[in-house]
Each structure stands twice: as structure tokens, then as C-alpha cells.
Design a protein. Structure first.
Length: 263
């Protein structure tokens, strides 16, 4: 009798485990998540996330201070892209998770980040024909094993139903990560990206996906060689502005919608 009771108790527990999907972990602290959310973090860790939801540059989406419409870089540098956006600032937990995503063999984080990017895209006024990830040089790709921007773009396209274009925009020269370069060095990136078929993007509206926007120089270099009619940028996070400016009011940025991959 006890064995029968134990059997049914075990079956009930297995059923409840399947029903409530226990043991989903917080990406920040690793504890079980009691309440599921788009960020896949617990309430405590969510407090470590800095959202990019205050005043932002009307061009690149960087946070700005005072009454300026544009950040320092966009105010002083002509841009080849039309507009860019990022839901987070590259600080705290988000910085930690992005670095884990890129350098600690954690491609699974693309799923969570893509959900947040999809939400950001729906809020935007971007009208898009194709999605293109920032390319990675073949040597670095061989070493890392994956291009985090491409993984992110693939998951993003599954959610929003936009066509993903890969292998048309390539990186021809391997350079160090931008986060360790000066602003002047970052501006000299126009020669390291190449489009395989220059006619492909003519007259098209393209959304470029990246992990972090620093000065916008990489996005701008890619936008310049694409030759598209419109180029937008979407990234997980934007580097935090440290320059306080004063000028004129900002604009707030609103979307519609399965998926094919062109390579």
C-alpha cells in the first residue's frame, strides 16, 4: 500500500514540476525565478539594470544631458545611418551579461537579449526590409566559435518575422575591440567593411544589429558601404554618456510586423 501511495505521490510531483516549470534561473544571481519576465532576472538583480529611457540623442540613441537634441558625436560628425536605438546602458549587470555573451562562450544569452530588442523595435518608428548583423572577421569567428551579433539577429528575426541577410556584409580586416580605442581611431573604420553585392541593398531599408553602440562609428561605417536608402541600428546597450551638454529639446521615438534567411 505504501509503495502504491509513493508511486502516485511521485507521479503528482512530476506532473506539477512539468506544469510550473521550476528551476528557471536568474541570469544575474543564478537563483530560481519566482516570476518570469522578459529580462530573465529576479527583482533584486533587475535593480542593477540601468535602462536607456531618459533623454536620448535623436540620431544614435545615446543618453544626453540638458536640452540637447544630439550627443557630442552626432552633433560633430556627419552620420550615414538614419537612427539607432538601445534599451539599456552599458553598465552594471547588463555590461556583465554582454561580456559573458561575447567572451565566456554563452550563446544562449542571445534568446533573452533578442526578446528585449524585439520589444525595442516594436516601440520604434523603423520601417525595415532586411536585418543585417555586424559582421565578425573570419579569424576572430574561428577563435570565438560564433558571432554574437549574428546569433542575436537570428533570434530577433524569429520573433519579429523580418528577413535576415548574412554574408553580404563582411569584415575584411581584423581590428581590436572598439571599447579599447580612442574616438579618433574608431572613426577610421570605413575601410574594414565590404558589401559582396552592392546592388542588393540599393533602395532597401536595412536594420543593423549589434551588441553595444559606443560612438556609433562601427554602425556608421557599415551604413556607408551598404548603399541602402535607409539604415537603422539596434543594439542591446549604449555606452553611457559622460558629457553634459545644453541645447534644445529631444524627440521621443512607435510598430507593425515569417522569417527567411538570405545568405
Amino acid at each position: 500500500m505504501n509503495n502504491i501511495r509513493k508511486f502516485f505521490c511521485d507521479m503528482e510531483n512530476k506532473f506539477l514540476d512539468a506544469l510550473y516549470v521550476e528551476h528557471i534561473k536568474c541570469l544575474g544571481c543564478g537563483k530560481d525565478l519566482k516570476n518570469l519576465n522578459i529580462f530573465d532576472v529576479c527583482d533584486k538583480c533587475k535593480k542593477e539594470i540601468e535602462f536607456n529611457n531618459n533623454r536620448i540623442c535623436a540620431k544614435c540613441g545615446k543618453n544626453v544631458y540638458g536640452l540637447s537634441n544630439y550627443c557630442f558625436n552626432c552633433k560633430n560628425t556627419p552620420r550615414h545611418f538614419d537612427k539607432a536605438s538601445a534599451p539599456f546602458l552599458y553598465t552594471g549587470l547588463i555590461k556583465k551579461l554582454i561580456r559573458k555573451f561575447k567572451y565566456k562562450n554563452s550563446p544562449y544569452l542571445a534568446t533573452t537579449f533578442a526578446k528585449v530588442l524585439a520589444q525595442e523595435y516594436i516601440k520604434s518608428d523603423f520601417d525595415v526590409d532586411y536585418v543585417v548583423p555586424i559582421p565578425m572577421h573570419k579569424d576572430k569567428l574561428r577563435k570565438r566559435g560564433y558571432n554574437q551579433s549574428e546569433l542575436l539577429a537570428r533570434e530577433f528575426c524569429k520573433i519579429v518575422g523580418l528577413p535576415l541577410v548574412v554574408n553580404y556584409l563582411i569584415k575584411t580586416i581584423d581590428v581590436d575591440t572598439q571599447t579599447h580605442k580612442t574616438r579618433d581611431e574608431r572613426e577610421k573604420l570605413g575601410e574594414i567593411y565590404k558589401v559582396i553585392d552592392k546592388k542588393f541593398f540599393v533602395g532597401k531599408k536595412v536594420l543593423i544589429i549589434d551588441d553595444v553602440i559606443t560612438t556609433g562609428a562601427t554602425l556608421d561605417a557599415c551604413a556607408e558601404v551598404l548603399g541602402a536608402s535607409k539604415v537603422y541600428g539596434l543594439a542591446i546597450a549604449h555606452s553611457k554618456s559622460k558629457i553634459r551638454q545644453i541645447s534644445t529639446p529631444n524627440i521621443l521615438l512607435n510598430k507593425k510586423f515569417s522569417t527567411k534567411i538570405i545568405s
